[in-house]
Design a protein around this ligand. Structure first.
Ligand code: SAM
Length: 235
């Protein structure tokens, strides 16, 4: 069973959207577990404070290293092999390859930041892997945790119906996905491309491939360059 432990100041947010649809059915079926842990439970003072003002001054609050470390230690007994991920905009961008590796492991411990982030020393002391879900700033790590966990859970054995559907998805072959169509055959004057109703599987495959390449080239020159083994200019 794949285990997700989430350290958060808002445990009531879990499983949240992860209780619906594909991930929710897998949760109910016992394919994975979702354990939300309140970081405040590891605070020792009367007010259960998990944050304090930043050393050196400046706006906002910073999550305390000692409180967070205690929460991490309680959630991951010695020998727990799971990756320990801190969600942060300055982390390495999450990729489908990393998601796949996590899905193939025994689970994940996810730390959700709030305020200005967490004290650097707990990142070092607990060897947290810093991961970002994109170049924008959320108000907390919980929404990022939904994204990370959802992406992993759908890859767990038995979660998705057709294993084959995975292989053709965006990023799996270094390409974005080709356009998809379904009924009706004509929508507001737009017909489904003729090739897709031709019944000629070879032609369908070639068309999808060409479209996936066109879309990747147009929208994601970075992916396209990587795929071609070229080096992109640094921004
Ligand atoms: N002061 C931080 C900075 O400039 O990098 C931003 C902190 S943000 C307001 C609060 C928390 O939201 C972060 O600690 C992190 O857990 C989460 N978060 C925000 N944006 C994120 C992103 N793009 N990826 C992952 N987590 C994110």
């Amino acid at each position: 069973m794949w285990r997700a432990s989430i350290l958060t100041l808002f445990p009531e947010l879990f499983p949240g959207p992860l209780a619906a649809s594909l991930a929710g059915r897998a949760l109910a079926a016992g394919i994975w577990t979702c354990e939300a842990i309140d970081i405040r439970a590891s605070a020792t003072d009367r007010h259960r404070s998990a944050d304090d003002t930043p050393a050196g001054g400046g706006p906002g609050m910073v999550m305390r290293a000692d409180v967070l470390a205690r929460a991490i230690d309680a959630a991951t007994p010695a020998g727990d092999p799971r990756a320990r991920i801190l969600l942060t905009p300055r982390g390495r961008p999450l990729t489908q390859a990393r998601v796949r590796a996590l899905a193939e492991s025994t689970g994940v411990l996810v730390v959700c930041g709030r305020f200005e982030g967490v004290d650097e020393r707990v990142i070092e002391a607990r060897a947290l892997e810093e991961v970002s879900i994109g170049d924008y700033v959320l108000s907390g790590g919980e929404v990022a945790a939904y994204a990370l966990i959802d992406a992993c859970v759908r890859l767990l054995p038995g979660v998705m119906g057709k294993e084959a559907s995975q292989a053709e998805e965006s990023f799996e072959a270094g390409l974005l996905e080709y356009p998809q169509y379904t009924r009706p055959q004509v929508f507001e004057g737009r017909a489904i491309p003729e090739v897709l109703i031709s019944g000629d599987h070879k032609r369908v495959e070639a068309w999808r491939r060409a479209e996936a390449e066109r879309i990747t080239r147009e929208r994601r020159p970075d992916l396209w360059a990587r795929r071609k083994g070229q080096t992109t200019e640094r921004e």
